[in-house]
Design a protein around this ligand. Structure first.
Ligand code: SDX
Length: 429
């Protein structure tokens, strides 16, 4: 692309190359800006700043498009299995039958968690939030597998670390749930599929046989796929920047889990259900809550609404909203908060405040209703988001390592005190 951007600073004109992606997105490559001009750019929250080039996920926020390696999310959510999508994100292509069978076998082989790790759970407070446990336990994997420390180790070592993470996270999540209940842990049953195995570890009991409901398994498979990656979101960027220091993959993923926990990010799915229940308990005066969300003096936000990229609709929210109706009907559940969510969406989408700011339901607005219907407790909702996002985080880390990207180290504009001399405490007022 021969196009250039010209910037005139202090009377001098500089040219910078334009970079264009395969979907027509354009960027000004300012890699040499400071060296040539002495200036840096400033962009709080990186709203206008690209941190990298990537071939994993494409989003078009205006058109509500989401593709994983070129495949539309609508097709993958309807037709693929979660491990197929994990393979696609990690390797760039959908697996053939042999590759998928091998990948599934590698994941099954690593589904057990080291017996010593189970003792960790005994020391968490019984009301410990499962996201705090998950972030700590995933980071602890690096102490059990010291060979994983060097991300530039042999491809085999990195691959084994990737299999271990994808295989063990569901087991860890299920153990933290059982620990919360004071129930005995369930071991993985490797005769089951990946999603079915997780459901069985969550809801099965050693005292009886447990049949996984295919409706629940299908709903969870779809939700995990819808959460699998989302290009340079807050938690993926966290995984990349921690990984850019050549910290090991377990620690990079643990940092991603911590970032996802925030209520403005993945923690929003828990906030949405708690918000809907608060609205219901308050007598469902929806106008009152919508006005609270609009009131600058009120810290309340309409959780599950708004998005940094999507400015018309979040395609995942559309798929999940439709699935809500299907799944609740199939399971014979009538959840009053679903009606409140739909009415809230209707009121907000007619309101100038939300229209002007292009605020629409995002992936977190309806997902909690399905998690709840299949029996996942509210405090586990963000853990479910992490289970879905894991292959995306790993794919982003892998791409950053394979592209030998430099350590992430943003600049700043200093606005503090200028140089001044030290005054001994005896002379201070
Ligand atoms: C996820 O990035 C990703 O891809 C994330 C994600 C992924 O898959 O990884 O999609 C997952 O994190 C989804 C978002 C979940 N978070 C929530 O639902 C929390 C509620 N939403 C927001 O806090 C907010 O919309 C964000 C954080 C999602 C986006 O924030 P931005 O892009 O920084 O936008 P902003 O906060 O500057 O808001 C712009 C305006 C402001 O009003 P003004 O100052 O212009 O008057 O919109 C208002 C905001 O006050 N606003 C809201 C609102 N969201 C934005 N007002 C009321 N309720 C809201 N939910």
């Amino acid at each position: 692309m021969s196009e250039k951007a010209t910037i005139t600073l202090d009377g001098q004109t500089y040219e910078f190359p334009i970079v264009e992606g395969t979907e027509g997105e354009k960027a000004i490559d300012i890699s040499s800006l400071r060296a040539e001009t002495g200036y840096i750019t400033l962009d709080f929250g990186y709203k206008n700043t690209g941190a990298t080039t990537s071939s994993i996920t494409f989003l078009d926020g205006e058109a509500g498009i989401l593709h994983y390696r070129g495949y539309p999310i609508e097709q993958l959510a309807e037709q693929a299995s979660f491990l197929e999508v994990a393979y696609l994100l990690l390797n760039g292509e959908l697996p053939n039958a042999k590759q998928l069978q091998e990948f599934e076998g590698n994941i099954r082989y690593h589904s057990l968690v080291h017996e010593d790790m189970k003792r960790f759970f005994e020391f968490y407070p019984s009301n410990a939030h499962p996201m705090g446990i998950l972030a700590a336990m995933v980071n602890s994997f690096s102490t059990f597998y010291p060979k994983s420390q060097d991300p530039n180790r042999s491809i085999k070592d990195v691959e084994r670390t990737i299999f271990r993470l994808i295989a063990k996270m569901p087991t860890l999540a299920a153990i933290s749930y059982k620990n919360n209940l004071g129930h005995p842990y369930m071991y993985p049953n490797n005769r089951l599929g990946y999603v079915e195995n997780f459901i069985h570890m969550m809801f099965g009991l050693p005292t009886e046989d447990y049949e996984v409901d295919p409706v629940v398994a299908d709903a969870l498979n779809k939700l995990l796929i819808l959460h699998a990656d989302h290009e340079q979101n807050c938690s993926a960027s966290t995984v990349r920047i921690v990984g850019s220091s050549q910290a090991n993959l377990y620690s990079s993923i643990s940092a991603g889990i911590a970032a996802l926990w925030g209520p403005l990010h993945g923690g929003a799915n828990q906030e949405v259900i708690e918000m809907l229940e608060a609205i219901r308990n308050d007598g469902s005066d929806l106008e009152k809550w919508v006005n609270k969300a609009k009131d600058k003096n009120d810290p309340f936000r309409l959780f599950g609404f708004g998005h940094r990229v999507y400015k018309n609709f979040d395609p995942r929210a559309r798929i999940i909203k439709k699935s809500c109706d299907d799944i609740l009907k199939k399971m014979g559940i009538n959840d009053p908060v679903l009606d409140i969510a739909k009415q809230l969406e209707e009121i907000a989408l007619r309101d100038d405040y939300f229209i002007e700011r292009k605020l629409y339901p995002n992936v977190d607005f309806y997902s909690g209703i399905i998690y709840r219907a299949i029996g996942i407790p509210t405090r586990m909702f963000t853990v479910m988001f992490a289970l879905g996002r894991l292959p995306g985080w790993i794919a982003q880390w892998k791409e950053m390592v394979e592209n030998k990207e430099p350590i992430g180290r943003p600049r700043q504009i200093y606005t503090g005190a200028t140089k001044r001399d030290y005054v001994p405490v005896k002379d201070r007022k």
